[in-house]
Design a protein. Structure first.
Ligand SMILES: Nc1ncnc2c1ncn2[C@@H]1O[C@H](COP(=O)(O)OP(=O)(O)OP(=O)(O)O)[C@@H](O)[C@H]1O
Ligand SMILES: O=C(O)C1=C[C@@H](O)[C@@H](O)[C@H](O)C1
Ligand SMILES: [Mg+2]
Length: 382
């Protein structure tokens, strides 16, 4: 099933802030996924804002991912410019998902649906991989909404979607205080408009909702070994060391172990033997590090290797994606002489975008600007 962040922000075109600015601000706050909802703007104004937002995201490691609401035409235009959006969300009155899937450039798009009752959530178009369930309650940001479904309806809708392999998203007048009830009802994510845009500190709201999801569904079992994945500068080594201490497990840093094995720093290994030699050593060293429960921080590129992903699964370790924003990671790791693949900003961002699909298959930890100690202690409270 598609993994989604605990909070799914949606733009609000009735606010004075341009939609591309809303998306930039929410991405910088730490949200990996934002829905571009352009209503009630006309098509030209929507296109201008969407194109700007997609181009900016593409230049920043494809962060945040953008899911276009309703407008398959704008998604196709974007794809033609090499800016295919992450997803397309289709309402009951829009194009059928199976048809949207056949549009040029949208074959790899994540398709979402809106469902408002049993007739809709029991039979979602199989071309979709996620769907909204709602409205949880009445909302001022959508005048034409259906009757509120409450927690009981949400639970029924989420169960029906999960049976079809779809990721369920609660929607409709949600506030941070609703998060425990929504996660208990089986939602993977809370879509939010009004409360998020009214929040003085959206990152704090995202953090609170993530905490509620960890409480409802802890991302790992105590005693189980952990593997931290994610880009260079995300903070894997720092968080991993802290988590290991608190969990009373040994800590291993894959980069450090490779350096010990090679008898030289990574930069020297890249310069003398090349990246392929480094990758070979990385793979064989990882298999050795997983021979007993531990917290293991991977290097920025290790999760790309399917053989490494398989060995983590075979040994029963839980992989966790430390989903830092690429801009913050670059600010920390960029042009560090010890990180040979973090020298050029554009190449760093392109690599980040290319690696994200593999990272996003495992549960994510969103740091929202918190210190590693707070991230670790909050995670372990769950
Ligand atoms: N949550 C955080 N808040 C602020 N600074 C952080 C945070 N996490 C890590 N840092 C700092 O960012 C830098 C990079 O962190 P770290 O080395 O842990 O990243 P990494 O993900 O292991 O990178 P690489 O993949 O290149 O090994 C360090 O200086 C660390 O102190
Ligand atoms: O991004 C990468 O591929 C790398 C990240 C570092 O952690 C090291 O593993 C090495 O510099 C390669
Ligand atoms: Mg590291």
């Amino acid at each position: 099933m598609l993994q989604l962040p605990p909070l799914y922000p949606i733009t609000d075109a009735t606010r004075p802030e341009p939609l591309s600015e809303q998306i930039r601000r929410l991405g910088a706050a730490g949200f990996p996924l934002v829905q571009f909802r352009g209503k009630p703007l006309g098509p030209s104004a929507q296109w201008e804002e969407l194109r700007k937002a997609l181009a900016e995201s593409a230049a920043n490691g494809r962060w945040p991912w953008i899911c276009v609401n309703d407008r398959a035409d704008l998604a196709v235009l974007a794809a033609r410019e090499g800016l295919a959006p992450w997803g397309l969300h289709l309402g009951q009155g829009d194009l059928p998902a199976a048809e949207a899937r056949r549009l040029p450039g949208l074959a790899g798009c994540h398709l979402g649906a809106s469902t408002h009752g049993p007739a809709e959530w029991e039979a979602v178009d199989p071309a979709c991989d996620h769907a909204g369930v709602g409205p949880f309650r009445g909302t001022a940001t959508k005048g034409d909404h259906a009757a509120p479904i409450g927690p009981g309806g949400l639970a029924a809708g989420c169960a029906a979607l999960r049976r079809q392999g779809l990721t369920p998203i609660a929607i409709g007048g949600l506030e941070a205080a609703d998060a425990p009830a929504c996660f208990a009802a089986g939602a993977e994510s809370l879509a939010m408009v009004g409360a998020l845009h009214r929040a003085a500190d959206p990152a704090a709201l995202g953090w609170a909702v993530q905490r509620a999801r960890w409480k409802a569904r802890p991302p790992f079992r105590h005693g189980q070994g952990l593997v931290l994945v994610g880009g260079s500068g995300a903070g894997k080594t720092t968080l991993g060391r802290d988590l290991a201490r608190r969990l009373d497990l040994p800590f291993a840093d894959l980069d450090g172990a490779v350096e010990a094995e090679a008898g030289k720093p990574i930069a020297a290994l890249f310069a003398e033997a090349g990246e392929a030699a480094f990758r070979h050593l990385e793979r064989t060293t990882l298999a050795r590090l997983l021979d007993r429960p531990a917290v293991v921080a991977l290097g920025g590129g290790a999760w790309e290797d399917p053989a490494s992903r398989q060995v983590v699964a075979d040994r029963g370790f839980q992989p966790l994606w430390l989903a830092e924003t690429p801009a913050r990671a670059w600010a920390r790791a960029g042009q560090d002489p010890a990180r040979p693949l973090a020298q050029d900003r554009a190449a760093f961002m392109a690599r980040w975008a290319a690696r994200t699909p593999a990272w996003s298959e495992v549960p994510m930890l969103l740091p929202f600007g918190r210190e590693p100690g707070e991230l670790a202690s909050t995670l372990l409270e769950s």
